[in-house]
Structures are given as structure tokens and as C-alpha cells.
Ligand binder design. Structure first.
Ligand SMILES: C[S@@+](CC[C@H](N)C(=O)[O-])C[C@H]1O[C@@H](n2cnc3c(N)ncnc32)[C@H](O)[C@@H]1O
Length: 260
């Protein structure tokens, strides 16, 4: 095992709510090629594998609410939370425009309290990798468990260290005619298991920057953290399949049930 989370020296730091800020107005157009509809289909497949049939679902780190909207259209009652005020503002703006009855909350996944329980929760698009302190990820898993009914489902994905080694974040779109140009470079440190992604954007003659930091959590650690948080029936998949993770999985989907 590459790390023992429970023994890791881990000084508490507040999460950086500013890490998804300047990019917020452009987030949906940057993600226009992301196959969210396929992700919804995969999510429904994993729920059926768990034999869980939710009515209410919580999206943890919901961003601008795209998954919430799509799942709400599938007939689920959706609630989303995210740390970034800009992402939540955009999600709310879209919900009002579409007259979608989705509840959105600006909250830290590691410390939220909604005073209710859901039948299921999800967190997609490597959102939980952004919680870089292991004890804070452990807190987030506990918060999710405490917001689920006994037997409730939690399904989420995480980027792997392999993805970071393969420079997954090194991306650019610099065509002069593109309305938004960008260049991202990831700086992976295998010693800390952190990747720091330096992002530069150019839009209408203006330049802005963001820095995102993600941590790679290995499968054994995640399984242990899920158990500590009160989950059971833990499954891990090579993303978008029902196969187990491979050495070269760049993303792993986890599916677990809140212990009864
Ligand atoms: C890559 S985006 C994914 C958003 C959304 N899940 C999607 O699929 O489009 C990651 C999101 O995680 C959020 N996030 C990061 N750390 C968080 C935390 N501690 N609590 C809640 N949200 C967090 C960010 O604000 C951002 O919206």
C-alpha cells in the first residue's frame, strides 16, 4: 500500500474556495465535449448493480449542476453542493432559467450539514481529488455517509496516480479563432502525490489564471477510508466498465452502500 491515510501527518487547512473562480463563467463551454450523458447512463448502471432505486440524490461537488440537471430530467429529486460560490451561482442561474426544482448549496464537502438524508449520493469528475488533505477526504466521506439512509448508495470517481504520471492535465487550445484559449500544465510530485495544475486562459484580450491541486489516493486507501466512514459493499471499477481497476486505470469509480 502506498500510503496509510490514518497515520499521515496532516495539518488542517481550510479548503481553497477560490480555486474554481475565474473559470466559472466559461466552465460549461470548456466542458462542452465532456460526455455527461454517458456518465449519467453509467451512474444508473452502477446503481442497478447495487440494486438501489433512489428517489432523492445528493451531488457532492456539483459544479455548475450539469449532472444534477440531467438526473433531475431522469425523474430524481436532486440536491447539489459545491465549495465554489461562482459554480453554485451558475448552477442556480441555470436551474432558474430552466425552471428546474434543484436545491443548491455552497458548502464544503468536508463539513456540510443539510439536516436530512438522501437515498443516494454521487460525486463525479474527479471532484474529490480536489480535497488534498487525507483527513479532510475522510471527513467528506463521513459527511456523505451521515446524509444517507441506511443502505443508501454513494458512487464517485477519482483520478489515479497513473493519470497524473501520464500528464492528463497537460492540455491546450490555442487556435486564434477560439473564443476561449487555454494552456494547462500539470506538475506532478510523486513524493507528495500532489499534482499542481497551472492554468492560463485568454478571452477577449484578457488573460487570467487558476491553479488547481489534486491528490492521488490509491484504491486500498480509499476502501479503508470508506469503511471508516461507515460504508460497506465497496466496489471499484475501471471507469465506465464493470471490470476491476487495472494498473493503467486513469480513473476509478467507487460504489459503496451506507452500512445499515
Ligand atoms: C472538476 S469540477 C467538477 C464539477 C462537477 N462534478 C462536474 O461534473 O462538472 C470539481 C468541483 O469540485 C468542487 N470542490 C472542490 N473542493 C470542494 C470541497 N471541499 N467541497 C465542495 N466542493 C468542492 C469545485 O468547486 C468544482 O466545482
Amino acid at each position: 500500500m502506498e500510503e496509510r491515510v490514518t497515520n499521515a501527518p496532516d495539518t488542517d487547512r481550510s479548503p481553497d474556495a477560490s480555486s474554481f473562480s475565474s473559470v466559472t463563467p466559461y466552465y460549461d463551454s470548456l466542458m462542452s465535449s465532456v460526455p455527461y450523458q454517458m456518465w449519467v447512463g453509467y451512474y444508473l448502471l452502477l446503481l442497478s448493480q447495487q440494486d438501489v432505486h433512489p428517489k432523492t440524490i445528493l451531488d457532492v461537488c456539483c459544479g455548475t449542476g450539469t449532472m444534477c440537471e440531467m438526473l433531475q430530467e431522469e425523474g430524481f429529486e436532486m440536491t447539489g453542493l459545491d465549495l465554489s460560490p461562482g459554480m453554485i451561482a451558475e448552477a442556480k442561474r441555470k436551474a432558474i432559467a430552466k425552471d428546474s426544482p434543484i436545491d443548491y448549496w455552497c458548502m464544503d464537502a468536508s463539513a456540510f450539514e443539510l439536516n436530512r438524508r438522501f437515498d443516494a449520493a454521487l460525486s463525479f469528475y474527479d471532484s474529490l481529488n480536489n480535497i488534498t488533505q487525507p483527513h479532510r477526504l475522510q471527513m467528506a466521506l463521513k459527511r456523505v455517509a451521515e446524509h444517507l439512509q441506511p443502505g443508501g448508495s454513494f458512487i464517485f470517481d477519482l483520478n489515479t496516480a497513473f493519470a497524473f504520471e501520464q500528464h492528463m492535465f497537460d492540455q491546450q487550445s490555442l487556435k486564434p479563432e477560439a473564443p476561449l484559449r487555454y494552456k494547462w500544465v500539470g506538475d506532478w510530485d510523486p513524493a507528495t502525490r500532489l499534482i499542481t495544475v497551472h492554468m492560463k486562459f485568454w478571452h477577449m484580450g484578457q488573460e487570467f489564471e487558476e491553479t488547481h491541486v489534486q491528490r492521488a489516493y490509491d484504491e486500498e486507501t480509499v476502501r479503508e477510508m470508506l469503511k471508516i466512514a461507515g460504508f460497506e459493499n465497496i466496489e471499484a471499477y475501471h471507469s465506465y466498465t464493470l471490470d476491476p481497476p487495472r494498473n493503467k486505470s486513469d480513473r476509478i469509480h467507487y460504489a459503496a452502500l451506507r452500512a445499515s
